[in-house]
Design a protein around this ligand. Sequence first.
Ligand SMILES: Cc1ncc(COP(=O)(O)O)c(C=O)c1O
Length: 409
Amino acid sequence: MPYGSRLAATMTRRLGRECVYTPSARLALYLALRRWCRPGARVLMSPVNDDVILFVVLAAGCRPVQAPVSPWDGNIDPAAVPESTWREIDAVLTTNLYGVPDRVLELRRRCERLGIPLIEDAAHAIGSHVDGQPIGTFGTAAAFSLSKHVAAMAGGFLAVEDARTRRELERLRDDLLTPRRLRDDLDVTLRPLARSTVRTLRLVRPVWRTMQRLGLMERDGFRMDLHAPRLTTSARSAPSLTAYEPWVRVDLHGFRVRHGTLVRGQLGLRMARLEDDLARRRAGVALLSDTAWASTALSERAVHDGPLPLFRVPLLVRDRDTLLERMVDHGMVCGYVYDPPLDDYAGAEFVDPSPDPRAARWFASHVLPVDPLLARRTVSALTRDRATAVRPTFVPAPQEPNPTAPLGT
Ligand SMILES: Cc1ncc(COP(=O)(O)O)c(C=O)c1O
């Protein structure tokens, strides 16, 4: 039986697509990029994304092309992408940031017309859907992360369209896995337990502050150190996961480890609790969508289609950085802040900058990603701190003339 096939079968039943088990979503994305993009391919993506994903794209030997985004959710705004950019790209990579769906119908139509792959990053979006269809079933391939939704420290999937492609990708995956070490398996099994103990004992604040003081974090700010000269050197070996490993492994050093039955058994148990987890997320999203800090897009969606089981709820607030610090004082750490946008972070040597970076900058610096499982505590903390809601004020740049018919917008 292929490695991880029992977990993959569970995911296939959920999604209705063939799935390959991977130890992480980043490895799943790497596999997809290697399978569908030749070295040098230009990949359109949102600059409001985890820096790890930028390095995955670079490791695959591709050129990241930063898209204009919606100031409401940080996802690609297809209508704002210049025609000249559409003509030059070879693939689109979505984000589904915090679980809020990308504009996948428009992106899929574009990709079909151009004959290029649509790769869905569904790491944040395991229970999200568009018109009743699950995110992760619109594109050529989709990556999922168990580290996000069921609080595991490992696990992911690559969903693909047919069994033949699945088998091909299983072989590609097996070539990339590194051998298992008992220490890694114990680390992955015990860490989530340690994390929930810290939370239960209400020790989040002292533990977090101590880790900051001792320099135990892999990132000083929201972004890891770029190490530009080393990155330039690594580019000579691309495509190569090994050459980019110092960047790609951040936050998840076992991202390509062939974990044993201990870890996979634990993931199976956690997956069995997924529906319950998603139901609790929906309840938290419903509560947070009803606050002034939620964008209107979020609250209207919650009213019309019911709340999505988001990974994080993007609240839009003034003085976001101060509020992040205050949240730690309240015993809650809001991670997953992707500020500055990737083009400001990495520069033109490593990415094609967005033609209009304002929406990404605005969103990245105002979003407070809140865990819906902590919705009540968050609302009372933000109310006590008199958090103020904000809305984007700038006018988007005018579009260049579009020589082809608009795509359903
Ligand atoms: C948008 C996004 N995609 C993919 C990943 C990678 O997921 P994993 O940690 O399972 O590799 C992350 C990690 O945080 C992420 O934020």
